[in-house]
Write a protein that binds this ligand. Structure first.
Ligand SMILES: Nc1ncnc2c1ncn2[C@@H]1O[C@H](COP(=O)(O)OP(=O)(O)OP(=O)(O)O)[C@@H](O)[C@H]1O
Length: 262
């Protein structure tokens, strides 16, 4: 297992980096949550963010989203200082933020309308294409209460993806779903992330999910620092049939679980 430390972030080529955090610290009131985080999230790469409850995973995600500002240090996106939220960043939380009065079509088309897109035909074409890809074609006129949990998450995904974001920030979006629905959503996320060549930062408590979605694992330690690890199990579902590979994955999973409980 190749371990990347905080300081390795300096070695990335600037043009390959989407998000860069330099010496970022954050505290709520008097309590320090994150300490000197140095990270470089590469364009088109996927990262699973794991760590014990309360270590600051959501806080780190909110910092990358521009919803919070560092108390010390700085965050850059595409080499420019991050000042607040940006429309190219899609954020998806566990709690659904679908409006009860909006249909799937209205939710998915809203970001395009808000960004000033006027041509209805073009909006309809893009929404129809995305809903088809997400398996929501027949449901465009349904309201959230008429959808299953998985369908609601896919509708939220449609709303997040329609603007073709370069950064996907997801905070446990699948945690309330059953395992089959969860797997289907994970596959959609991987497909869409790869299609958009977007950077994915995915917070999860589920170690298996972390290994499926993140080509790199960011482990948030109890002391507020981050350890970056390469994930030997990334996107190799078919290879899991090979015992040798499976053992390597199991070993890596156990190592992560151990670090989480420390
Ligand atoms: N608005 C807030 N004001 C004060 N403290 C907060 C606030 N939000 C979070 N905290 C505290 O900051 C710490 C980090 O919270 P955060 O939600 O980022 O952790 P987390 O790793 O995402 O946790 P979990 O895995 O349980 O979702 C926790 O101790 C939490 O109680």
């Amino acid at each position: 297992m190749k371990e990347k430390t905080n300081s390795d972030y300096l070695t990335g080529r600037e043009e390959d980096i989407l998000v860069r955090m330099r010496d970022v610290s954050f505290d709520y009131e008097e309590k320090r949550i994150l300490w000197n985080i140095n990270l470089a999230l590469k364009k088109g790469a996927s990262y699973s963010l794991i760590g014990k409850s309360g270590t600051g995973k959501s806080t780190l995600l909110n910092l990358a989203a521009g919803l919070l500002s560092p108390k010390e240090g700085s965050i850059e996106i595409l080499s420019a200082p991050l000042k607040g939220t940006r429309k190219e960043t899609a954020i998806m939380f566990q709690e659904l933020a679908l409006f009860p009065w909006q249909t799937v079509y209205q939710a998915a088309s809203m970001p395009l309308k808000l960004s000033g897109k006027k041509e209805k035909q073009e909006i309809d074409r893009r929404v129809a294409e995305l809903l088809e890809e997400l398996g929501l074609s027949g449901l465009q006129n349904k309201y959230p209460h008429q959808l299953s949990g998985g369908e609601r998450q896919r509708a939220a995904l449609a709303r997040g993806l329609i603007g073709q974001p370069d950064l996907l920030l997801m905070d446990e979006p699948t945690s309330s779903l059953d395992s089959i629905t969860k797997e289907a959503i994970q596959e959609l996320i991987i497909k869409q992330q790869q299609k958009l060549k977007a950077t994915l930062l995915f917070v999860t408590h589920d170690m298996e999910e972390a290994l499926i979605l993140g080509e790199r694992i960011l482990l948030l330690n109890g002391d507020g620092t981050v350890t970056e690890l390469e994930n030997p199990c990334y996107f190799r579902k078919e290879q899991r049939k090979s015992i040798e590979f499976y053992e390597q994955c199991i070993h890596f999973k156990e190592l992560l679980e151990e670090s989480e409980t420390r």
